[in-house]
Design a protein around this ligand. Structure first.
Ligand code: NAP
Length: 291
């Protein structure tokens, strides 16, 4: 239980509601900042303006999956008011206060370092990344259906990268009957792709390997689908780039060549906010109870 713990939840989207629900059930005392348009009431939770938070009483601060921008602003879909954090707010918290955020950036790192507080980057965790790969794969299927006029069954699909997302995406497209090839750059990953019954290829040969695909899904967060690679791809090929912004595709060149290339961030929050919220809520409640 989290009885007596004071937690400030700041901004976010529908995923945050599952977190609030779970923490409220666990008896935490919640301050909700950036939720003034939220109608639901939660036991032990009160809506507050960021200026009214008593930072010296806070045990944990929960930022949304997107963290904050470089100006310290936090996105929220439940308020029209701007929510901005300052380093001073972190500095006023007790030393044991932990900050949880989906991802981080230079500004958040700087704030945390200046205040000498602990930052937990939830999206860096293997458990969350693997659970999240399930709604990500489903969202990718949704996009493939929406943006092609062929079935996934029998389509030639290339997945680039065999990390946590790539593995789930490759497996899901394979299960739907696509002919799936997977690009990787490590021999153990090529071995795993073979073991999965899929066709492996080394990403050094991307140009040749993508020359016959109907759908290409990238998960590598660096420029990998370059203009050179795109120039050899069929014009009808759909590129779904799942890698974090700015993705791994030369979108300018793809557009110039008349190809459909889509950067598709945040699919779990779009296609399954409730599940994605529960994934975060379960891990967060374990972490908070272990603190
Ligand atoms: P990950 O587990 O680190 O997977 C990335 C994979 O790419 C790793 O296996 C890495 O291999 C491989 N890789 C890196 N450079 C490569 C290259 N040049 N050639 C071949 N393989 C290469 O990350 P993840 O959790 O799967 O996430 C992948 C990306 O998707 C991230 O940018 C993440 O932020 C994003 N994401 C997007 C969504 C969405 O909704 N769009 C959802 C979740 C995650 P090594 O391990 O050997 O480096």
């Amino acid at each position: 239980m989290l009885t007596g713990k004071v937690i400030v939840v700041i901004g976010g989207d529908a995923r945050q509601l599952e977190i609030i629900r779970k923490l409220s059930t666990l008896d935490a005392k919640l301050s909700l900042v950036g939720f003034d348009q939220l109608d639901d009431g939660y036991i032990g939770a009160s809506k507050q303006s960021i200026d009214d938070v008593k930072w010296n009483k806070v045990d944990a601060i929960l930022l949304p999956v997107s963290g904050m921008n470089n100006e310290g602003e936090i996105e929220t879909i439940f308020s029209n008011e701007k929510v901005t954090l300052t380093p001073e707010m972190f500095r006023q918290t007790p030393q044991h206060c932990t900050i949880f955020s989906g991802i981080t950036n230079d500004t958040l790192n700087h704030y945390v370092k200046k205040a000498k507080r602990r930052l937990v980057k939830l999206m860096d965790r293997d458990d969350i990344a693997i659970y999240n790969s399930i709604p990500t794969a489903e969202g990718t299927i949704m996009m493939a259906i929406q943006h092609t006029d062929i079935t996934i069954h029998s389509a030639c699909v290339a997945v680039i990268g065999l990390g946590r997302v790539g593995m789930s995406v490759a497996r899901t497209f394979d299960a739907l009957g696509a002919n799936v090839k997977v690009g990787a750059n490590e021999s153990h990953q090529l071995a795993r792709i073979t073991e999965m019954g899929l066709t492996p290829f080394h990403t050094d040969h991307l140009k040749e390997e993508l020359a016959d695909v109907d759908i290409c899904i990238n998960t590598v967060p660096e420029l990998i689908i370059t203009a050179k690679v795109l120039a050899e791809m069929p014009l009808h090929a759909l590129i779904i780039d799942l890698a974090s912004k700015p993705g791994g595709t030369d979108f300018r060149y793809a557009e110039k060549r008349g190809m459909k290339a889509l950067l598709a961030p945040g699919l779990p929050g779009i296609v399954a906010p409730k599940t994605a919220g529960k994934i975060l809520a379960n891990v967060l409640s374990d972490l908070l109870q272990g603190d």
